[in-house]
Design a protein around this ligand. Structure first.
Ligand code: FES
Length: 164
């Protein structure tokens, strides 16, 4: 709503649906028959994001969350992280995040939220299988396992090699 004035130049291509005037969005209608190649961008309360996520075909949705998704708190495990640029190997203990282990070793990495929602800490995975615990990557990105958000995600096995 803050950009209503700016969006006015797009005329009928923009629809506004304030809940206090039109009620809850009719998501099935809004998301029905999206032309091929359409991307859906959504931010807002968690229940809205979850409802949109349920109804969007794979690969279509991009969300911005302000709180992490509820995820079962999997037990932390210990594993090794190899920093490919220096060849150093770190042990990530169950009570420490990969981000904290890397920072603790004196390696500079970008981060912000530390709860898996912003994407700032996204890091390329060169070997190993990430245990994704973030609220940002799409299911396709998780399945590819090429990147991970090191502030919350861990390792499914004993070893990860990261592009750090
Ligand atoms: S620091 Fe925000 S997702 Fe990792």
């Amino acid at each position: 709503m803050a950009f209503t004035g700016e969006l006015a130049r797009y005329g009928a291509r923009v629809s506004l649906a304030p809940e206090d005037e039109t009620g809850l969005l009719d998501l099935p209608a809004v998301l029905a028959g999206l032309p091929s190649g359409t991307l859906v961008y959504c931010c807002g309360p968690g229940p809205l994001l979850d409802a949109v996520e349920e109804r969007c075909p794979p690969g279509v949705l991009r969300v911005e969350r302000f709180r992490p998704k509820e995820r079962p708190a999997g037990a932390g495990n210990a594993f090794e992280v190899v920093l490919s640029r220096s060849g150093r190997t770190l042990t990530v203990t169950p009570d420490v995040s990969v981000l904290d282990a890397v920072r603790g070793a004196g390696v500079e990495v970008l981060y912000s939220c530390t709860e898996g929602t912003c994407g700032t800490c996204e890091t390329d995975v060169l070997e190993g299988e990430p245990d994704h615990r973030d609220s940002l990557l799409t299911e396709e990105e998780r399945a590819r396992g090429e990147t991970m958000l090191i502030c919350v995600s861990r390792c499914r096995g004993r070893r990860l090699v990261l592009d750090l």
